[in-house]
Ligand binder design. Structure first.
Ligand code: DGT
Ligand code: CA
Ligand code: CA
Ligand code: ZN
Length: 588
């Protein structure tokens, strides 16, 4: 079982307890457990198996929780979950997966209207029977209907990239131990870093395909074998994902890796370019179209691209969006890497809804080699997270001053902590904290969490107002979409991007795998307009800082280089960027 699966079980237990009107502390304990496990990068299974380590070594995992995790890892169901599942009707599970429907609302719907399926719910919305229930209304009813359509679309049933990545990493370790395989790599949408992954594609180099395919089938997380051929096997893996393995010979490895990495659009363009040059490219290599003489190209990807007069193209760019033309003109970007990242400009602490304290976050940043971070807790409008008012924010800033002093006491500080805030853009317009206070912050992220159902004009004008505010440094998760769960709010991103470029306001690529907001297409548009982006984890725990890689991959798909991203700057460079923005606001 992967960490994400374990977390899903705990979330599920919390939902069911809440559905039954269970004790709030008990519900919260399971929610916290889910969040903790979700945020742990190292597979819990690995820790559990190692002789000299224990789950309870992890921050926040006590003996009770550890025992439950061990039960799940050993393949046993949780007795509590079995009991709850027998008590709660199936339709309740389905309802609770609809965005905006928590356990309480789901229960009210099931109890008050005869709803036995999601289709019944859609009918009830269309017949306007939902709006009259307590706590609902015409607007909620419309939102439920829209979200239902969104969630039922198969396009929205794909794994998140980081969920797929967890499975890929485990598989690679397992498959690479196979003595019959000289090399094993993953391909497909995972390798291109798409935000969601439909199935996992693996490629192995071997002269003994049977042994390699046997190895896959023997994997402890392998489910049903769906297909077995001479060099190809497909199985079901964790979370029901399909895993396709192909085994090829050394001389074809590069050709096959290129082919199965895709995308289809990229491959179609590459093959037509080959035809124009009298060549044919397939998954075995490159051949001459006329004489049939085999050009010796296929062992590496570089050879495939070189055969059609191109440099190697990074997988993240292989989407058929002009990358071949750019490669031809020798204008491929030098893509940003995780090593380029020097700071993280969006994170939370225990002052609001984070799990770690200010000094724990700073220590975690030092551990990860960051030079600077900005602490951006929520502002007071976010009551659920106990958002900060002016008094509490000033108190946090005094703590940050003290922390910086103590970090600098031994000479050059290992990390510099900037005073920030994630300030809400209010429903009625304006920001959630006074201007003079915001002016004192080093870094202000403005985010829109409420009033997401407003019209395109309203939402666009709220965001434009924030962009033009002299104290605002960056717009957080600019479109508000949650992958697979909730579409973006209505907003004119063209205007937002132009305004950000004019004012020198950064736009965020939020690295949370559910958000990845801006996405690749919008981030590329922002770059073209001259906007500086910030790749930020929005960490709510120390482990949350490790999500940076998800944001970097999205940035690579957008073709971003280090210079396009604010938090690749050195500390001095970043300070210069802040001063420049301040000077621009003062003069306007
Ligand atoms: P996914 O699995 O939906 O997230 O997306 P991919 O890109 O991993 O697609 P998948 O698994 O169907 O196929 C892997 C790669 O194999 C794909 O990116 C390109 C190549 N491929 C598959 N089918 C075709 C095809 O009909 N024509 C061409 N040219 N390439 C294909
Ligand atoms: Ca795939
Ligand atoms: Ca596939
Ligand atoms: Zn945040």
């Amino acid at each position: 079982m992967t960490n994400a699966e374990i977390a899903a079980v705990f979330d599920h237990v919390a939902d069911l307890l809440e559905y039954q009107g269970g004790n709030v502390f008990r519900v919260r304990a399971y929610r916290n457990a889910a969040r903790l496990v979700k945020g742990t990068v190292e597979p819990l299974a690995k820790i559990c198996q190692s002789a000299d380590r224990s789950l309870t070594d992890l921050e926040g995992i006590g003996s009770d929780l550890a025992a439950k995790i061990e039960t799940l890892l050993s393949g046993q169901p949780l007795p509590l979950l079995k009991q709850l599942e027998s008590e709660v009707p199936q339709v309740a599970f389905d309802l609770m997966r609809v965005p905006g429907l928590g356990p309480k609302k789901a229960k009210l719907l099931v109890d008050s209207l005869t709803i036995e399926s999601l289709d019944d719910l859609a009918d009830a919305c269309r017949e306007e029977r939902v709006r009259d229930l307590k706590g609902f209304g015409a607007k909620t009813e419309a939102t439920i209907l829209a979200n239902l359509a969104f969630a039922q679309d198969p396009e929205h049933n794909r794994l998140l990239w980081n969920e797929a990545d967890e499975i890929v990493q485990e598989l690679l370790v397992w498959m690479r131990q196979c003595p019959a395989a000289q090399r094993v790599e993953a391909a497909g949408s995972w390798r291109r870093g798409r935000e969601t992954v439909g199935d996992i594609d693996l490629l192995a180099e071997s002269n003994e395909p049977t042994l390699v395919m046997d190895r896959l089938v023997a994997w402890e997380s392998a489910g049903d074998v769906m297909l077995r051929g001479e060099t190809k096997t497909s199985i079901r893996g964790p979370r029901d994902v399909q895993i396709d393995l192909r085994v090829v010979r050394r001389e074809s490895f590069g050709a096959a890796w290129q082919y199965f990495t895709g995308s289809k659009e990229h491959n179609v363009r590459l093959r037509s370019r080959a035809r124009d040059r009298g060549l044919s490219i397939n998954e075995y290599g490159v051949t001459q179209l006329d004489g049939g003489a085999v050009a010796s190209a296929g062992a590496t990807e570089e050879e495939i691209y070189a055969a059609v007069g191109l440099p190697w193209i990074p997988p993240e760019l292989r989407e058929g969006r002009g990358e071949i033309e750019r490669a031809e003109a020798d204008r491929l970007p030098e893509l940003i890497t995780l090593d380029d990242i020097r700071g993280d400009l969006h994170m939370h602490t225990t002052a609001t809804d984070g799990e770690a304290t200010l000094s724990e976050m700073a220590a975690a940043a030092i551990e990860r080699g960051l030079s600077y971070i900005a602490i951006t807790d929520h502002s007071k409008r976010v009551t659920m997270a106990h958002g900060l008012d002016a008094r509490r924010l000033r108190k946090q800033w005094r703590e940050i001053d003290k922390l910086n002093e103590s970090l600098a006491s031994g000479g050059k500080p290992p990390v510099v902590v900037f005073k920030g805030i994630e300030v809400d853009m209010l429903e009625k317009g304006g920001l959630d904290l006074p201007d003079d206070l915001l002016a004192e912050a080093d870094w202000v992220v403005a985010s829109l969490h409420y009033g997401q159902q407003q019209s395109r004009e309203r939402i666009t004008s709220r965001i434009l107002e924030a962009i033009h505010h002299p104290a605002v440094s960056c717009i957080g998760h600019p479109t508000g979409r949650l992958i697979n769960r909730r579409p973006a709010y209505e907003v004119d991103m063209q205007q937002v991007i132009e305004a950000a470029a004019v004012t020198g306001t950064c736009l965020e690529i939020n690295a949370n795998p559910w958000r990845l907001d801006l996405d690749d297409v919008l981030a590329a548009a922002a770059k073209r307009a001259g906007v500086t982006l910030a790749i930020s984890t929005d960490a709510h725990s120390t482990r949350g800082l490790d999500l940076m890689q998800c944001g970097v991959i999205q940035a690579r798909r957008a073709g971003l280089e280090a210079k396009d991203v604010a938090n690749t700057r050195t500390l001095t460079g970043f300070r210069r960027l802040l001063a420049k923005k301040r000077a621009a606001s003062n003069s306007s």
